[in-house]
Design a protein around this ligand. Structure first.
Ligand SMILES: Cc1ncc(COP(=O)(O)O)c(C=O)c1O
Length: 362
């Protein structure tokens, strides 16, 4: 932990925190942050450059503060995916879904927030940074979510924000739309559904619940399935009143003209970008079978990563042994488990070969 000097007026609630961050280390196979391993095509890269060149001639001016064009394209995209009738007023866009999460806490953190552990570690971290009390709700032993138990916990704790991540990170497990509806019926405050990995799952999106349950808010990102992590674009799909509240807490001109332009072009190329999803799902299922064949236990995943256990080394030892062989995966801090992001064919092969070698040595 950092020893902060006494003269530094750092807020008390930040003193014991460590900065978030997966190690960014050079490796032959980078499989640690749930990115899409397939880079944008040259054609898309050129289309982005062309649009950026146009925008560059206007960079003396602030961008569209409300990112209206991008939000309207995102609404179209969601409507097409989920057969909804949403429009720009239902969409907010920001620098990655992490910024969306922060804005939700800033706008609505008037009471406590609950999430079901293990889940995405930034939810409690952003709660802490924004001074919101965080409650660690419980999952089943196998990390699946027992919705009835979750509802009892929510009704007992009465949080103002309930976080459900589906598919969940780091476990990969998803809940069904009818389970989400059960949660929506039984929660007050906001039910925040983090769908960062939704495109990899066969389940219907919670965006289909918003019309009936206006307190359901859905976080999505272009970082994962959309293969656009470097651009930093996340978005929120919600009732217009929730979006109106985002205008109160956003910083002026928070989304640069370059980001907006790149995002708009990426949405024009959505079929190319999302084409990789089917391949990743197939490779995920194959990797899961291969890990099981090695005697490991894999949590069933509806995302682009797998959480596995059943090795005799510690997580830290196996993580390091893989890194020494050029494979970077993620130690998510769960004793006896490691998480691997689905890579491209060469990365998956390298991972499996390296893992077999490490397990053989142990
Ligand atoms: C569940 C979940 N939500 C949100 C994010 C943040 O993604 P981004 O800020 O890149 O949109 C991640 C990233 O790993 C995630 O796993």
């Amino acid at each position: 932990m950092n020893e902060w000097p006494n003269w530094l007026p750092l807020r008390q609630n930040l003193r014991e925190l460590s900065p978030y961050g997966a190690p960014q280390l050079p490796a032959d196979a980078v499989m640690n942050t749930n990115e899409n391993p397939y880079a944008p095509s040259l054609e898309l890269a050129k289309a982005i450059s062309q649009r950026i060149e146009e925008v560059a001639t206007t960079l003396n001016r602030y961008p569209d503060r409300d990112a209206t064009k991008l939000r309207s394209k995102l609404a179209e995209f969601i409507n097409q995916l989920s057969a909804t009738r949403l429009n720009t007023d239902n969409i907010w866009a920001a620098n990655g879904s992490n910024e969306i999460i922060q804005s939700l806490f800033l706008a609505f953190g008037s009471g406590s927030a609950i999430g079901f552990t293990p889940s995405y570690s930034m939810h409690p971290l952003i709660a802490k940074v924004t001074g919101v009390e965080w409650i660690n709700g419980a999952r089943n032993e196998d990390f699946s979510l027992d919705v009835n138990s979750a509802i009892s916990q929510i009704q007992r704790e009465r949080p103002v924000l309930t976080f459900i991540t589906t598919p969940n990170n780091p476990t990969g497990s998803a809940i069904t739309i009818s389970e989400l509806e059960q949660l929506a019926k039984s929660t007050s405050g906001l039910l925040v559904v983090d769908e960062a990995y939704a495109e990899f799952s066969g389940e219907a999106s919670a965006v289909t619940l918003i019309e009936k349950y206006p307190h359901v808010v859905v976080i999505r990102t272009m970082s994962k399935a959309f293969a656009f992590a470097g651009a930093r674009l996340g978005y929120l799909v919600a009732h217009p009143s929730v979006i109106q509240a985002m205008f109160l807490v956003r910083l002026p001109y928070h989304l640069s003209a370059l980001t907006q332009a790149a995002g708009e072009v990426a949405l024009d190329y959505q079929s190319e970008l999302l084409d990789t999803v089917a391949t990743l799902r197939k490779n995920r299922d194959e990797l899961s079978v291969a890990l099981t064949a090695m005697g490991l236990t894999v949590i069933p995943s509806a995302a682009n990563f797998l959480l596995f256990t059943g090795f005799s080394m510690t997580s830290a030892e196996l993580w390091k042994a893989l890194l020494d062989r050029g494979v970077l995966i993620r130690d998510v801090g769960l004793l006896g488990y490691l998480r691997v992001t689905i890579g491209n064919e060469a990365e998956n092969k390298k991972f499996l070969e390296s893992l077999a070698a490490c397990l053989g040595e142990s």
